[in-house]
Each structure stands twice: as C-alpha cells, then as structure tokens.
Design a protein. Structure first.
Length: 603
C-alpha cells in the first residue's frame, strides 16, 4: 500500500470513511495545534471529532432557514438526544447565556411524491440551534455522547430537506436566504446513479463501480433516485432482519450466513459467551461505540441512582469524560493495578458506594488487562455494577460477559473492519445481579437511533468477522516477533507479553488469540518519527480495520495532556499498530523496511 495523501479519507475515495490520512509524524502534531496546512486538506476525519462535511452543510442550511447569521446547529436523530444536548449546553454555559437555544424538529412530509420505502423509514432530524459562541460546548456533547446523526443520514435527509419533503411542524421564519445544499450527485456521493449492470457486493456501495450521469442527474426526479438507492442497492426493506442478524452475531448465536429476505425465527438463546440464557433481546444497537457507553452509563444511573462511577485502567479519552461530565463524577484509577484494587477495596470496606466500574479489556493503548475475576468478587460483595469494553479483545478472543453486568463494544472497529460505517452495542448479562433493574431501564428508555443505511453496511461488513479476526491474530503475533527482535525497539505492548497476561488468559476463549492491536516504543523519539514516516501502511486514527493502520496514538489522543498520560506510564512517542488481514510476508517486509529507516537515524 502506497502512502495515502495527507487529508484523504481512509479508505481512499470512500465518502463515509471513518479515518483520515496523517502520513507524517509532523502532520499529527500540526493537526492537534490546528495548522492550516493540515486542516485545509482534511476531506474527513473520525466522525465524533470531525463533523462530516455533509452534516455541516445540512446544519448550515437548517440555520439559514430557521436561525440567524450568528447561529450554528448540531443535528441529532431524535428529540430526546437533542434535548440532552440542550441540557448539556445549559449546564455548562448557564441558562442566561444559552437562553436562546432552540430545537427544531424536522419530519417527513406526507406526500404522494415520497416513495413507499422512504415513507416506511420516515426519517426525521432534531436540530439544536444556538449562538456560534456556544459551539465548543455543543461540540463537546457531540464528541462525548456519540448522539449525533451519521453522515449517511445527513446525506439523505438533506436531500429531502432541499426538496421540501423534510419539514418543521410549524411554518419556518427564515432570516437568511436559503442556500442550496451540496449536489446529491457530486463526485463521491452515494446519490450518484449506478450502472444497471452492476450490483452492490458485500463490500458495500463504496466498492461498486459508480456510473455518474452528470448530464441528466439534476433533471431526473429525486424520488426515483432515492427509490433506486434504497430499494435496489441497499435493500433497506430488510433492515429489521439485518438488525436481528447483527444482534445474533454479537450474542454468538449466528455464525453462518444469513438471508435477509427470510424472516428470522424466534429469539435464540446462546451460551457461547459463557452465560446461559443470553438472547438477541439482550443486545442493544447504537450509532457508535461511545454512544453505547454513554447510554449504558445513563441506564446505570437510572436503575441504581446518582452514585459516582469508577474508571479503572488508562481509558479511551471519552469514556473518562462521560463519567466525569455526566452525573455525579467518578474516581479514576489510571494504572489499573492490583494496588489500585487494594485502594478501592479499602474504600469499599470503609463504606464508600459506587455506581459501576468501567474498564477496557485489554486497555488502549498499553494493552494491559484488569483483573476481572477480582473485580467481579468486589462487585458482588459491595454491590456495584461492572461495565467492560471488549472492543480490543473482541468476542472471538475473549469471554468477558461472565464477569460483567454490561459488555459494550465499538462495532466500528473489527466487527465491521471496512472502516466505512460506525456502530456500537451493549450486551446485558442475564445472569448479572443487576440484570432485572438494568433490563427495565433499557426497555423503558432505549431509542433505536441506528440509521438504516449504516445498519445495512454493518450487517454485510460483519458477516466474515470471525475469519478476519483469526487472520489478524496471526499477523499481529508475526509483527510482534519482528519488533521484539530489533535492538532499537524498547518495549512492545501486546496482551501476550504484558505483565497482566494472566488476566487475559483467564478470559481467553479456547481458540482465541491475542487480538490485532499492539503498541511499541523506541529508545529514541527520532527513531519513532523515522519509522512512522517510512512505514508503508495506512496512517490515521481508528483501529480494527481490515488493513494495517499505524498511529502516534498518544499525540493524537492526549496532545494537550502528554505529561498527564506519561504519569500513567503512557509515553508520548508511542506508536500504535492495528494489524490487518494482509499477506503476512508482505506485511513483515513493510515493517522491516521501516525499521531499516530507523537504523539510518543517529542516536
């Protein structure tokens, strides 16, 4: 793989890609400090950090119609999620400052011009409109909660909005001239016409050969395009079956292929995750992994009351922010060590009470594992919940549900693999002590905001995830062997080699490997920079992709708090590698070449 140009999407030419190319170490630094040479080249970015240009354009048009020149908007899939954003702005800015914040609800206008499939989907949008000075606060909510709409949802809804088919329930009072939205048929848009000889494969629309009818596209009836787009190419009529297939795949009860045209049978129970009685009804789908964590925390608060949480182990940045900013706060054990558990146990014995302990298995980026057996014993003794993020370990390799009340995961990562769609899940443990109260909370408050197109992509992408993970397991071990043998490499972090390996082994499945994520450091920062600049792989944020993806993770995730991260043993010049399904020998050769580049750098 040749290096993808700065700012291009990863994968290339993918309109709804999840990652963006930052091919040089300096690109990552300049991205963090906002240098124009980088920012002006970004075609996209990780969706919770970078508001997709399709979403931005739609928001601008909504403000043009319903707002004022000094206002901006955040778009959400439901009134409830918009109200949560509104509440967050009020809490952070104060009601006196945010008093002019308003919510506009846009619904599909009933009309004979609207196709049957679009009518069935009945898309809607809730826009939070606020003064532009409040944008940083609204952006915090967007990033932490994962509640915002997806770029695919924005693309369709903007089209309907521009055509007058997505309307407010009250007459609009525009203050700006209505701007035209982006052409639905521009290069890279999924609303281009498809050659009738072509069909969409399991790899998704982006990999189909698009035939753009530039001369006639604007003259054709938009509903005809939408009908073809949904009915022919994405089979949205099967979306309910696709959701069942995803949930059963996550629960472990579906391992074979699936015909979405066939109505699924009754709910299936499974014990492949180590607990009896688990059904697809215990799996809840969300628009992204962080949204699964955000809502799990909300459900914990709803079912167990306003108690502080515990963040155990060095966390993914937004998990900690959720626990700190929403609800009563949290106690943070950044090392995730046995000594930390000793301290927690002493607090519990002294009478302190907590909502739930949140942890990753393994942790990102150091790949350390918490002692789930001991945590489970403490939780049973002192009555707190346990929420485990299994994104990095994944269900093929580890079995963590027996030790948790809820297992969350970012389906965006290895479950999808194609890096072109977001998704998240939460699994309730039917044998968990908090199951009855959590189940009631989820059932009463769960909103299915997972956009239909994203569901269809996720279902198709995930059909072969078991086989992909097995290949990735093997490739990751091969790369670790190369790195461990090189004299300039200081440390390699991988579940197989960390001091917490036994905790991983406690949960490893009989046929499981050690996953596809690893990180490593050199003795000198200059060697890390040389390696990163030379390695011929995709380079950008995210992980769990079918292709190898390298990132100076700490620079991207913690640039403004590098000393804080270092205090927990997470060095600034660490390189993180998400290993893909490439040919093993070819991948090893690429790493060898990059390591040779480090040898040419003076110590």
């Amino acid at each position: 793989m040749s290096t993808i140009e700065l700012g291009d999407s990863i994968p290339s030419l993918t309109p709804h890609a999840v990652s963006v190319s930052l091919p040089a170490w300096s690109d990552n630094v300049d991205y963090e400090i906002g240098e124009k040479r980088v920012m002006n080249k970004l075609s996209t970015g990780y969706p919770r950090f970078f508001i997709h240009k399709l979403i931005e354009a739609f928001a601008d048009d909504i403000v043009a119609k319903y707002g004022a020149p000094d206002q901006k908007a955040m778009l959400f899939p439901s009134r409830k999620s918009a109200q949560r954003c509104h509440g967050f702005i009020n809490a952070k800015a104060g009601s006196s400052v945010s008093g002019d914040v308003k919510i506009i609800d846009l619904f599909l206008k009933k009309s004979k011009e609207v196709s049957e499939i679009i009518a069935k989907i009945s898309p809607s949008i809730s826009a939070v409109i606020f003064h532009e000075d409040l944008f940083p606060i609204a952006k915090q909510y967007w990033q932490h909660s994962g509640d915002g709409i997806s770029s695919r949802q924005a693309e369709l809804c903007h089209s309907l909005f521009s055509d007058g088919k997505l309307v407010d329930s009250t007459p609009p009072q525009p203050t700006l001239s209505q701007k035209k939205g982006p052409k639905r048929y521009q290069r890279g848009s999924e609303y281009q016409t498809f050659s009738r000889e072509k069909h969409v494969t399991s790899e998704g629309v982006e990999n189909a050969q698009l035939s753009v009818q530039n001369d006639t596209a604007e003259n054709r009836e938009s509903t005809q395009f939408l009908e073809e787009h949904f009915g022919r190419n994405l089979a949205i009529s099967f979306v309910d079956n696709a959701k069942v297939a995803i949930r059963r795949r996550i629960a472990g009860s579906l391992v074979d292929g699936v015909d979405l045209a066939v109505e699924p049978g009754p709910k299936v129970t499974s014990n492949s995750r180590g607990v009896t009685g688990l059904s697809d009804d215990d799996v809840y789908l969300y628009p992204c992994g962080m949204n699964a964590i955000f809502n799990t925390h909300r459900m914990m608060l709803e079912s167990r009351g306003q108690l502080k949480s515990i963040m155990f182990g060095f966390p993914y940045v937004d998990t900690l922010k959720i626990l700190q900013k929403f609800g009563p706060g949290c106690i943070f054990y950044g090392n995730g060590s046995s000594e930390d558990l000793d301290d927690l146990e002493a607090r519990l014995k002294a009478g302190e009470r907590y909502l739930a302990l949140f942890c990753e298995f393994p942790g990102n980026p150091m790949l350390y594992c918490p002692d789930l057996k001991r945590i489970k014993k403490l939780a049973d003794t002192y009555d707190f919940g346990v929420v485990v993020d299994e994104t990095i370990g994944n269900s093929v390799n580890v079995q963590v549900l027996p030790h948790a009340d809820v297992v969350v995961s970012s389906l965006t990562k290895i479950f999808s693999g194609d890096c072109n769609v977001m998704g998240g899940s939460a699994i309730l443990n039917p044998e968990g002590r908090h199951y009855p109260s959590l189940k009631r909370a989820f059932e009463s408050d769960y909103e299915d905001n997972y956009w239909v197109e994203d569901v269809m992509f996720m279902e198709r992408n995930s059909r072969d995830f078991v086989n992909r993970i097995k290949k990735i397991n093997d490739n990751a071990e091969a790369i670790c062997d190369i790195l461990n043998a090189h004299p300039l490499v200081k440390d390699v972090h991988f579940p197989k080699y960390t001091p917490t390996r036994q905790f991983y082994e406690d949960c490893r499945t009989p046929t499981g490997g050690y996953g596809g994520l690893l990180s490593f450091t050199f003795h000198e920062k200059a060697h890390a920079v040389a390696f990163y600049d030379r390695i011929e792989t995709a380079k950008g944020p995210s992980l769990g992709t079918n292709f190898t993806l390298v990132s100076p993770y700490v620079v991207l995730a913690h640039y403004w708090e590098l000393d804080w991260a270092a205090g927990f043993g997470v060095p600034a010049d660490l390189l993180r590698v998400s290993v893909g399904v490439e040919d093993t020998e070819d991948l090893k050769a690429r790493f060898e070449v990059a390591l040779q580049a480090t040898e040419a750098v003076g110590a």
